[in-house]
Design a protein around this ligand. Structure first.
Ligand code: NAP
Length: 328
């Protein structure tokens, strides 16, 4: 039996894509895990159930906008680490709900850091920052020092939260880190996100003559990766004795058009099924963005070398299994 004390982690946003993979990773490492959700209902644990880990976590309802609720939660469990993944995480939704997105995504982070500062300042804190903060970039690849020019309410909220984390680290000496993650995907991604939407709809409907895939601007390029590998970087950041911010990405970008072409070819779907619909266009969009993952690889020993076509193969196969399409 190990004499090492079992570590406790709180994961906010545990019901989402990254929450599920991070829970699996931490459980395999022997952590005791407390998962935070806004509202616990029969569907909230679906992703955890898909990974067979739902029964390994304690779920707590907590309103992250309410400081006193967070104080009670942290006081009850006195965790070693907090991973803050909860957010309104969709850029598209943020244009429809700018006030809700900005207020939740900023105040929740401020509350968590205040509660840590007051109750147990030794807690290590991870904040889910986003490459969207960089927005209109002029120099690629993006590094942690690239100037930010956010192009959406979501990006603005994440940029503010990012600087709150830096401020609490510098002002109060907290072990608080920003993981600036570029897009990362998996079978557990929400169906409204681009890559998952393309794969989910194509796998589900590829034999349906009536179906078409409606998309917006597909000539933009993004740096995409695989979620199970990206959550490992979150954990590595909190194991480092020196808190810092890191870019987590694949290092290359691919156009959305190429993703559709690859998926359609793999499932024998004609490109006639592709419909560009202006309803899916955004008021502003980043044209091309990719990052530099060298510091994460050299300082954290984060290991990642998948290119996005390899990830697409995994995602399409996972989706086929997920939808249990026996006809393949
Ligand atoms: P996700 O699947 O959308 O999960 C986020 C979770 O946050 C939801 O399950 C939801 O759980 C909770 N939440 C709390 N307040 C919310 C609100 N006002 N609106 C909607 N959801 C709310 O996100 P993810 O892909 O796992 O990403 C995890 C974190 O990383 C997020 O902060 C996201 O912004 C950030 N991020 C993601 C990517 C990516 O490519 N996936 C890239 C960069 C950064 P409950 O309903 O149970 O509370």
């Amino acid at each position: 039996m190990s004499l090492e004390k079992q570590r406790t982690a709180i994961i906010t946003g545990i019901t989402g894509q990254d929450g599920a993979y991070l829970t699996k990773l931490l459980f395999d490492k022997g952590y005791s895990i407390i998962g935070v959700t806004r509202s616990h209902n029969k569907d909230s644990l679906l992703k955890l159930k898909q990974l067979n880990i739902a029964s390994n976590v304690i779920i707590e309802e907590c309103d992250l906008i309410d400081l006193s609720s967070i104080i009670k939660l942290i006081d009850k469990y006195k965790p070693d680490e907090i991973y803050n993944l909860a957010a309104q995480s969709s850029v598209g939704v943020s244009f429809k709900q700018p006030i809700g997105t900005i207020s939740f995504n900023i105040i929740s982070v401020l509350n968590l850091l205040e509660a840590i500062r007051i109750i147990k300042p030794t807690i290590r804190f991870y904040q889910a920052s986003s490459s969207e903060m960089y927005g209109k970039v002029t120099n690629l690849p993006v590094t942690i020092n690239t100037p930010m020019h956010p192009l959406s309410p979501y990006a603005i909220s994440k940029a503010s939260a990012h600087w709150i984390v830096v401020n609490y680290r510098e002002s109060y000496g907290l072990h608080a880190c920003n993981g600036v993650l570029f897009n990362h995907e998996s079978v557990l991604r929400g169906n409204d996100f681009f890559v998952k939407k393309v794969i989910h709809e194509t796998v589900k409907n590829h034999k349906n003559p009536e179906w078409v895939l409606k998309v917006g601007n597909i000539d933009i390029k993004r740096d995409f990766g695989y979620s199970p590998n990206y959550v490992e970087a979150m954990w590595l950041m909190l194991q480092s004795d020196v808190p810092d911010d890191f870019i987590i990405c694949s290092g290359k970008s691919i156009s959305l058009r190429s993703i559709i072409e690859y998926t359609f070819a793999k499932l024998n779907v004609s490109l006639d099924k592709l419909v560009i619909d202006t309803d899916f266009m955004r008021p502003t969009d980043i044209e091309d963005i990719y990052g530099d993952n060298t510091p994460a690889k050299t300082k954290l020993n984060w290991n990642y070398d998948l290119d996005f076509y390899q990830v697409l193969e995994i995602l399409i196969n996972e989706e086929i299994q997920f939808l249990d399409l026996k006809s393949f």
